[in-house]
Design a protein around this ligand. Structure first.
Ligand SMILES: *Cc1c(COP(=O)(O)O)cnc(C)c1O
Length: 399
């Protein structure tokens, strides 16, 4: 891997998985080959996105889809589409939308830094419910009536962050929202696997769903997907695509963008800065095909063997190793190393820092450091990097 060194950057051992700040998931050879091949020809992007729409619709059981610059960009474009529909004048005004409905209702407990992507379209978030469990001040989660109580003339839609533990259940929320003719935009960026979520979330009635392309799907890190209602994917697409064409000549595929609903062709939209290249679109579609076919499932056993090698190496150290395996046949196992910090004489935070500063730098998962735990995600590990990682952690724990 000399290319990074040529530019003075040292590659790391990534034991954190498909995280954005370390460059995402490893792209399979088939995806990289497709990327290269796609780079050697030119295609009209609205035709390529229309083809992607069909492939994504098929994979998700929805009407239409769009390849976006990550799930975050899918959220911005999804929010923009809900705010404007096919209205040219509204598209032109985004992110300023004070004179039309612009509020998205969201559960307070579902707020995160990622919702900046929805606010970036111009939407204003209206919080409902409380965070009583985290505050240790109650036992209840957000309830559907609380959304309904917040709906008013300025409501544009609902933003919902999906996980198997999200409350209220998505179907219940969809019922309430649809009773008021409000669309539900779902952030499901990291909710794969299980691959069944590609279809099940939309099947619960979500109007638009955002997924990352560079996490479990293993497409380019800079890709994502928006899927759902055709009459919303169209407005999302025109606010993403480059619009510098003559009205007489611009012929987007009609099942993708309904030109008859536009009173002209818009200028570049709010998503013009989130463009996706032809190579990225093709690579994402090939990765999606691999992911949906279960091509990655067979890696679980090899990953488990590697984690077991690390556990064996650390045998006798002042730490408890545990391998977590969902056993769903799709998810990779994870290793958790709970450190006896007083016996070692260092905190997990310090050890994590030492691993990052060593040569080669090693980045373990940092989600439970304050509980004294290092986590190892095997997605990027091969046999060599596993041995280096095990040796270095052994050195940190046992000197
Ligand atoms: C990863 C993530 C995102 C952002 O996804 P990108 O594909 O990196 O843009 C948004 N929301 C949640 C909940 C995520 O986990």
């Amino acid at each position: 891997m000399k290319i990074y060194q040529e530019f003075g950057v040292t590659p790391i051992i990534n034991a954190s998985g498909a995280v954005t700040r370390l460059g995402g998931a490893p792209m399979p050879d088939e995806v990289l080959t497709a990327f290269n091949e796609a780079a050697r020809a030119s295609v009209p992007l609205e035709q390529l996105q229309a083809a992607a729409s069909k492939a994504i619709a098929e994979a998700t059981g929805t009407e239409a889809g769009l390849v976006t610059a990550g799930a975050a960009s899918a959220l911005t474009l999804g929010a923009a589409a809900i705010l404007t529909g096919y209205d040219l004048s509204k598209m032109e005004r985004l992110p300023h939308c004070d004179d039309f409905p612009n509020e998205f209702v969201i559960a307070r407990e579902q707020r995160s830094g990622y919702d900046h992507a929805v606010r970036a379209a111009g939407a204003r978030l209206v919080e409902v419910g409380f965070n009583e469990i985290v505050a240790n001040a109650g036992v209840r989660r957000t309830e559907a009536w609380e959304y309904e109580a917040a709906f008013g003339p300025n409501t544009a839609g609902v933003l919902y962050v999906y996980s198997s533990n999200s409350r209220p259940p998505l179907e219940e929320l969809v019922n309430v929202a649809h009773r008021h003719e409000l669309p539900v935009l779902v952030d499901a960026a990291g909710e794969l696997p299980p691959r069944n979520n590609l279809k099940s979330i939309a099947a619960m009635g979500a109007d638009l769903v955002a997924f990352s392309g560079g996490k479990a799907i293993r497409g380019p890190q800079s890709t994502g997907m928006l899927c759902g209602r055709r009459d919303l994917i169209g407005p999302a697409a025109v606010q993403l695509l480059d619009m510098d064409d003559h009205p007489e000549l611009w012929q987007p595929p009609s099942e993708f963008i309904d030109k008859t609903k536009l009173g002209g062709i818009p200028r570049h939209g709010i998503g013009r800065g989130f463009k996706v290249s032809k190579e990225e679109i093709i690579a994402l579609l090939v990765a999606l095909r691999l992911f949906t076919s279960g091509a990655y499932d067979k890696e679980s056993n090899r990953a488990r063997n590697r984690l077991e090698r690390i556990v064996k190496k650390l045998n006798g150290c002042p730490a408890q190793c545990r391998i977590f395996d969902k056993g769903d046949g799709e998810s990779l196992p994870l290793l958790e190393i709970a450190i006896d910090e007083s016996a070692v004489g260092r905190t997990a935070m310090e050890i994590c820092g030492n691993l990052r500063r060593g040569n080669p730098p090693i980045y373990v998962s940092h989600g439970a450091l304050r509980e004294g735990k290092l986590r190892v995600n095997p997605l990027h590990l091969d046999d060599d990097s596993t041995d280096i990682l095990a040796e270095r952690i052994l050195h940190e724990l046992c000197g």
